[in-house]
Design a protein around this ligand. Sequence first.
Ligand SMILES: Cc1cc2nc3c(=O)[nH]c(=O)nc-3n(C[C@H](O)[C@H](O)[C@H](O)COP(=O)(O)O)c2cc1C
Length: 225
Amino acid sequence: MRASVATLVCLLLAQGVWPGAPSVADGGTVSGREVRLPTVGPAEGGALEQVMARRRSVRDFLPTPLSAAQIGRLLWAAQGSTGRRGLRTAPSAGALYPLHLYVVTQAGVYHHQREPHALRRVREGDARKELARTALGQQPIAEAPAVFAIAADPKRTEAKYGPRAERYVVLEAGHVAQNILLQATAMQLGAVPIGAFHDRAVSRTLRIPKDQTVLYLIPVGWPRG
Ligand SMILES: Cc1cc2nc3c(=O)[nH]c(=O)nc-3n(C[C@H](O)[C@H](O)[C@H](O)COP(=O)(O)O)c2cc1C
């Protein structure tokens, strides 16, 4: 009898369910050689976990155009103002914000303006096929109704952080890209981050100024099927 009570106590402690003991799910402290962690997934989590669990690279799109409101929401996720002093949805080293966003649609190439929130056309006409050729012919770029481009002008970041700026701007593009991918998922859209392209050819196609470098392309649209 005594042995079975001891066994039960050990089992309960191992499960983290002994009354009064911090439960693993509630966040018992992290200490000791090995710490068991609670299962995490969309069922246990909130809205963000559910979106993250659904995010998948989508490369096959319907031709249906995205509305200006949808493109606006994706751009807000990328670089929207969320605080005083111009702070934004994505973090930036020293709050210097070296990134520029472009959107390529059937109607042209547009440069994102934050205030007032707008798109300014820098090239007229459909550049998506040409853009796909600069990216090893990747079809999602030619077929998605909107392709987002993230470019960096590292000057101000360099002035403060010197050679470290090269790393910072790339990290920041990752933050912005993930915000776009998660927002697309939340909006039932599909997207894929694309890093394989010829930098100079992309810049020429998108009419990107010489002081900016394109770091990422993200085709976005309604998933086919
Ligand atoms: C830095 C980076 C570059 C990528 N470049 C491409 C690319 O050029 N073409 C492409 O189809 N997918 C590209 N991807 C997407 C990956 O192939 C994809 O994330 C990976 O297969 C995992 O699948 P998942 O995104 O559905 O989780 C890239 C992803 C990252 C993070």
